[in-house]
Design a protein around this ligand. Structure first.
Ligand SMILES: [Zn+2]
Length: 160
């Protein structure tokens, strides 16, 4: 008990992390960060500790630059004992509900960026797969596998 006194939730599902934002709205021990498509569900957003609303159709480089603008400073500011990362794959170009335009390569770069940034700054990170709505099940499974591929790569690179 009490080993993790400050949590940072990094929610990159294309839909706002409205559930965690609501649940932890009065709990300063959990900082909620959501980066999502501004015109996407839910129509009425909750208020996260930090919300970054992205314009429809954003592509890999702009998305990754935006993430780079926030995540390193956020880690320093929150100084969490643990990061919980929701790696939703619905920002993908081919997603039925996404409205953003990331490629498979962009998703892989995102997972590498999140994991490397956390580890480089000394923060442990636990990940969950999330969101993803595609008719092609094999393509969807592949997108989810990118998180595991990136985690494996970072694990080897960092000699963890
Ligand atoms: Zn979603």
């Amino acid at each position: 008990m009490g080993l993790a006194q400050q949590i940072l939730i990094v929610d990159l599902d294309v839909h706002q992390g409205d559930g965690t934002a609501f649940i932890f709205q009065d709990d300063p021990s959990v900082f909620t960060f959501s980066m999502h498509c501004e015109i996407n569900f839910p129509g009425t957003k909750q208020t996260s500790d930090l919300d970054v609303a992205l314009p429809e159709g954003m592509e890999d480089d702009a998305y990754l630059q935006c993430l780079a603008n926030y995540l390193p400073d956020l880690l320093t500011q929150v100084d969490p004992d643990l990061v919980l990362y929701d790696a939703g794959v619905d920002p993908h170009l081919g997603d039925r509900l996404g409205k953003l335009a990331l490629t498979d390569t962009g998703l892989y770069r995102r997972e590498m960026q999140v994991l490397s940034t956390c580890i480089d700054q000394g923060y442990p990170v636990a990940c969950v797969i999330g969101g993803g709505y595609a008719d092609d099940l094999n393509a969807l499974v592949y997108r989810h596998s990118l998180l595991h591929r990136a985690a494996s790569e970072v694990y080897c690179q960092q000699r963890l």
